[in-house]
Design a protein around this ligand. Structure first.
Ligand code: NAD
Length: 492
């Protein structure tokens, strides 16, 4: 079984206490690699390496253009190694090989884009209302960034966090999910090949409650960029408050996918399916609440169910597979628990609702659809993070807005209509960081992504996301040849 090491200060090293834990393939159920169990000593070493690299050595002397070239070279290497990286991720999180390969092939775009932005972080000259003074602003790297990531798309999250952080001139300590750490560790070999100086990237693996918590509390970390559940996000936010760390939080969702009776029904059916069943429902943007206008609901639901029935559940490596396993044993139990909660709450199961016992690994759930859901039920309010769809009927546009917004989350929403005016009204009325019209689940390196309400704080992707890794500094320069007439009075 492969045994991994931590990556600190440009070297692969053993964890201080020489302890490892096993990582499992969700499809076979068997352990396939040993991941280092990092402790406080390791976190201290990694943060110290990142702090030193921020202030000394090659990294702070590089011009932004030279930094950008390193990022772009890393993008090239990701493309060359896309197949291998995708295989690593599938082994850890059980997502479909076809999806992860596509993700790895588009991931270089993040590194190329943010590499290109590294030398475009321009400050401004401010024309102050006073003579003999020159004032300007600069964007400085915020400091050491702790990047804490979830298991569903580990290297995409590394790109979304580290590419803008490094473009801004920061250094990073990564803590991937204990359920999917291998690809992040392997990725470090590519950062070495690309030529990043030691200490710029560091990875400490381990469990959230200890390794992650120690990193989130570390006094020398200036910013935490976190992707995970809202419960953990709240803990991280509280830990950050102790030393006023900056935070970005990308958290959960209960996104409404809203189908009006004037939609293109074929398109809306595929959008509803990919919204909830791709990635086995394990995406933060899952369209887990399908709001269908009552005038077409019967017909729409019948056609939806007919299509979902044809889904092939099974081996994520098989290109014919539509739905893979649930990634972890805990998550599998959680999905089954929510199926019970939905039934107990009065929702009507019209498809699936079972664990699959005929497949290896023991972590498969049939694609599940509940009808007659009302928005006050727990199944409509709480994130399941699995292949479970709740269908809610509505009559008017105002109802759709009210129901769509009536959750604590605000990450994403979908709208299906051919009426342009209605589409625009809906994009304005829905309280979500992303609204898709006649499409669902798109993501791009250059379009901001993030949540409103309890789905998070800050934005990833796009130009603005680099600024989240900088501090804005104002500089005053007096060009006067003599001091003020009265030095005891501050001139405002
Ligand atoms: P999680 O919150 O359990 O873990 C996320 C990360 O935080 C892991 O690295 C974990 O080890 C670490 N962690 C756990 N406890 C910690 C603590 N006390 N202090 C510091 N770090 C700690 O989430 P998960 O199960 O890995 O991921 C699923 C969740 O992530 C879902 O809620 C999903 O919606 C969310 N998610 C959000 C986005 C987004 O961009 N908004 C993307 C993907 C996933």
């Amino acid at each position: 079984m492969k045994e991994y090491q931590l990556f600190i200060n440009g070297e692969f090293v053993n964890p201080a206490r020489r302890e490892w834990f096993e990582t499992h393939d969700p499809y076979t159920g068997s352990a396939w690699a040993r991941i280092p169990k990092g402790t406080k000593e390791d976190v201290d070493r990694a943060v110290s390496a990142a702090s030193t690299a921020l202030k000394e050595g090659v990294w702070p002397t590089l011009t932004p253009t030279a930094r950008g070239k390193l990022l772009r070279r890393l993008g090239d290497l990701i493309l060359e190694n896309a197949q291998h990286l995708a295989e690593m991720e599938v082994r850890d999180n059980g997502k479909l090989m076809s999806e992860m390969l596509a993700q790895m092939r588009s991931l270089p775009e993040w590194w190329w884009y943010f590499g290109g932005l590294a030398d475009k972080l321009e400050g401004s000259v401010v024309p102050l209302d006073r003579a003999d003074t020159f004032a300007f602003t600069t964007h400085e790297p915020i400091g050491v960034v702790a990047a804490l990531t979830a298991w569903n798309s580990p290297l995409l999250f590394v790109g979304m966090k580290c590419a803008p952080a490094l473009a801004a001139g920061c250094t990073v300590v990564l803590k991937p999910s204990e359920f999917a750490s291998a690809s992040t560790l392997e990725f470090m070999e590519l950062t070495r090949k690309a030529g990043f100086p030691p200490g710029v990237f560091n990875v400490v693996t381990g469990f959230g409650a200890d390794t992650g918590a120690v990193l989130a509390e570390h006094p020398d970390v200036a910013k935490i960029s976190f992707t995970g559940s809202d419960a953990t996000g709240a803990r991280v936010y509280a830990a950050a408050a102790k030393t006023m760390k900056r935070v970005s939080l990308e958290l959960g969702g209960k996104s409404p996918n809203i189908v009006f009776d004037d939609c293109d029904m074929d398109q809306a059916i595929s959008g509803a399916i990919s919204g909830i069943f791709s990635a086995t429902g394990q995406t933060c943007v899952a369209g887990s609440r399908l709001l269908v206008q009552n005038s077409i609901k019967k017909q729409f639901v019948e056609r939806l169910v007919e299509t979902v029935k044809t889904a092939k559940v099974g081996n994520p490596q098989d290109p014919q597979t539509n739905i893979g396993p649930v990634a972890t044993a805990d998550q599998f139990q959680k999905v089954l628990r929510y199926i019970d909660i939905a039934r107990e709450g009065g929702a009507r199961c019209i498809l699936g609702g079972n664990a699959r016992t005929d497949l290896p690994g023991g972590q498969f759930v049939d694609p599940t659809i509940f009808d007659d859901v009302t928005n006050d039920m727990r199944i409509a309010q709480e994130e399941v993070f699995g292949p479970v769809l709740s269908i809610i009927g509505f009559d008017t546009e105002a109802d759709a807005v009210r129901i769509g917004n009536d959750v604590i989350y605000g990450l994403a929403a979908g709208v299906w209509t051919k009426d342009l005016s209605r589409a625009l009204r809906m994009t304005k009325a829905l309280r979500a960081g992303t609204v898709w019209v006649n499409t669902y689940r798109g993501m791009s390196f250059n379009l901001p992504f993030g949540g409103m309400k309890q789905s998070g704080l800050g934005r990833e992707n796009g130009i603005e996301s680099v600024r989240e890794f900088t501090e804005l500094k104002s500089v005053w320069i007096s060009t006067a040849t003599s001091g003020p007439a009265n030095p005891f009075i501050l001139k405002i």
